[in-house]
Design a binder for this molecule. Structure first.
Ligand code: ADP
Length: 270
């Protein structure tokens, strides 16, 4: 059977968005869609340009970690944005993307949760990661590249042993093969709606509601992992500007910024 592919020709008739995903660079194989997207962005490609590849040979996570991306099994893509906002607000865009992906996965009847700041989880395992990278001057964003890796149709044996306890796919959890094209279009459409809402008047209400109501960590005890420390805390709230408010055992509170921490459950990944 011929594999379903995700070139622009393959999905354009199913897409409703105006500019997100209307300029597409499609690859059969690439090192990293984020790396390619950053090169294209610095050459000036338009807002909403999407880089998509059937596989990544050197997919990246945060803090130099790697992201496995087998051929035809997932959505491995990056969206280039040029929002006219202060660089400190870039983290909000990650939340908007997470909310859009959550909506699209839920539409499939699959009940995922959002693990602040950048993962979507299913049954306590990671099904999607978001990697936001930025080029900015002091108070102006030159571009943002939002990398999205979704494990769609990976089977159990396609997930390496060492991450099998923390990673899963939509297919493994729902026991059904998923239409990647439909999911791709739904995510691009949902993202444009929430992103436009934000650009219009910095309104994040819909996004924040989705992130709070479907959080994998709010109200729970978590581990807050920084460069040199690991502390237990309770996740209290996601603030209007996208930070995570936690309360430590001694009663002190802290607003966490996503770039500086990893969050884990007490027993495992979540
Ligand atoms: P976190 O923010 O959870 O610390 P990252 O977002 O940096 O992690 O993602 C990288 C990590 O995700 C890797 O170290 C690995 O454990 C895990 N990982 C790598 N590839 C996948 C994948 N396809 N699906 C789920 N998890 C993965």
């Amino acid at each position: 059977m011929k594999e379903e592919t995700l070139s622009y020709e393959d999905f354009k008739s199913d897409l409703s968005s105006k500019y997100i995903g209307r300029n597409v660079y499609y690859f059969d194989s690439i090192d990293s869609t984020n790396t390619k997207a950053k090169k294209l962005a610095s050459k000036g490609v338009s807002e909403g340009t999407v880089v998509i590849s059937e596989e990544q040979t050197a997919g990246r996570g945060r803090l130099g970690r790697s992201w496995i991306s087998p051929k035809h099994k997932g959505l491995w893509m990056s969206i280039i944005l040029r929002p006219n906002i202060d660089p400190i607000n870039a983290v909000k865009i990650t939340q908007i993307v997470a909310a859009a992906i959550h909506r699209s996965i839920n539409k499939l009847g699959i009940k995922s949760l959002i693990k602040w700041p950048n993962d979507i989880v299913l049954n306590n395992k990671k099904v999607c990661g978001i990697l936001t990278e930025m080029s900015a001057e002091l108070n102006r964003i030159s571009y943002l590249v939002i990398g999205i890796g979704i494990n769609v149709n990976l089977d159990e044996d396609e997930i390496p042993n060492d991450i099998r306890s923390i990673a899963t796919s939509l297919k493994i959890e729902s026991k059904n093969a998923i239409d990647r094209k439909g999911l791709l279009c739904s995510i691009l459409d949902n993202f444009e709606i929430l992103y436009d809402e934000f650009l219009e008047d910095c309104n994040m209400d819909t996004t924040l509601n989705i992130c709070r109501e479907n959080s994998a960590i709010l109200g729970k005890e978590i581990q807050v992992i920084k460069k040199d420390s690991c502390l237990c805390a309770k996740a209290i709230d996601i603030t209007n500007d996208g930070r995570l408010l936690v309360e430590y055992k001694d009663g002190s509170k802290e607003y966490l910024i996503s770039e500086e921490v990893s969050v884990r459950g007490l027993m495992g990944y979540i």
